[in-house]
Write a protein that binds this ligand. Structure first.
Ligand code: GYE
Length: 337
């Protein structure tokens, strides 16, 4: 090895160590205790540190949700945000929450991948005196006080709205062969939408649910499972798809077989992202039940209320609409995601 190469390696090692040092100090720095700011948007004289564990980036909805939270919890708005993407793994979320606890953040916000399995880590947050807000999805915990507040869409109501649209537009006495693409197993989003749908659909014997299978809220999986459905069953009348990404995949699968989406098969979707609303306008999706990802401002309001010990509701469902060809035009331009 020549002297030049050796020196280059040394310089690189030194740079690495320096950036590691910066990284490290960045990690343990807790701006809450620096008192460097005189007055912030939140009314506090210091930045509020928030640890946010996002469950992944599986869908258009999820990306819009992440952006909404990152764009709201900014330094300019009085926050120091520590963001972690768990890439669809509960153990990554648990790890992230533990690191937020050890960094002594003021608040933990997280969107739980699944409902079960949070008691231990949330007890640790509780014991450390850190309030926890669940955003979007919900958890099942033995002790209610482990979650300070929740904000998100009412998934059960969304499922009910889908079935009520079918009842009104297709008829409860019409024999229908139905397939359902469900979301991530064990998630409150999938469980809630299924529960709400069944609440209505189970009362109508003419509606025949052929199969319900998880497409994990992704386009690729949605396409794969729809292909399976189309190979297994002839004459499917209705597809209920628990999010738009799976719907996009399912539509591809249909079109590849010469099936006209929205006509040959009635399509019911959830989320109502812009690309899906355009498909509602074009008649490919018959109805899209809205679920709003723009939760940043609500989360910010909750955080300040909790820390200022003002009144706040524990459960905060957001208002959501139902889109069909009849009303979609008015909402298309303003859709940002
Ligand atoms: O419908 C889907 C996302 O939990 C409501 O998760 C959310 C769901 C949403 O991946 O697109």
């Amino acid at each position: 090895m020549g002297i030049g190469t050796r020196r280059r390696i040394k310089v690189q090692a030194a740079t690495l160590m320096m950036s590691f040092g910066v990284l490290l100090s960045g990690c343990i720095r807790n701006p809450l205790h620096e008192n460097e700011i005189t007055q912030t948007e939140t009314g506090f004289d210091h930045l509020i540190s928030v640890g946010f564990s996002q469950l992944g980036s599986e869908s258009v909805w999820r990306s819009a949700n992440t952006v909404s939270i990152q764009d709201t919890l900014t330094r300019d708005n009085g926050y120091f945000l520590i963001y972690n993407n768990a890439r669809q793994k509960q153990e990554n979320q648990i790890k992230a929450i533990r690191s937020f606890i050890s960094q002594r953040v003021d608040v933990i916000v997280f969107s739980p991948l699944t409902e079960e399995g949070w008691d231990t880590v949330l007890q640790e947050a509780f014991d450390a005196g850190i309030p926890v807000i669940t955003s979007d999805r919900q958890v099942h915990v033995a002790k209610e006080e482990l979650v300070t507040a929740w904000v998100g869409g009412d998934m059960e109501l969304e499922g009910e709205k889908a079935a009520l649209w079918m009842q009104e537009h297709l008829g409860e006495k019409t024999p229908l062969d139905i397939v359902v693409l469900t979301g991530t197993e064990g998630s409150s989003a999938a469980e809630g939408r299924s529960k709400g749908f069944h609440k209505v659909a189970d009362a109508f014997p003419a509606w025949n649910i052929l199969e319900e299978k998880s497409g994990d809220f992704t386009m690729a999986k949605g396409k794969e499972i729809m292909e399976e459905f189309l190979s297994s069953y002839e004459g499917i009348d209705v597809l209920v798809s628990q999010n738009d990404d799976m719907t996009f995949g399912a539509i591809e699968a249909m079109e590849e077989r010469g099936i006209v989406p929205g006509q040959d098969i009635t399509i019911i979707s959830f989320d109502a992202v812009k690309k899906a609303l355009e498909m509602v306008r074009d008649g490919k999706i018959n109805v899209d039940v809205e679920c709003s990802p723009l939760l940043g401002p609500d989360i910010s309001r909750l955080i300040t209320a909790i820390l200022q010990k003002e009144h706040f509701e524990k459960d905060n469902p957001v208002e959501e609409l139902v889109f069909t060809k009849d009303n979609v035009e008015a909402y298309l331009d303003s859709r940002t995601y």
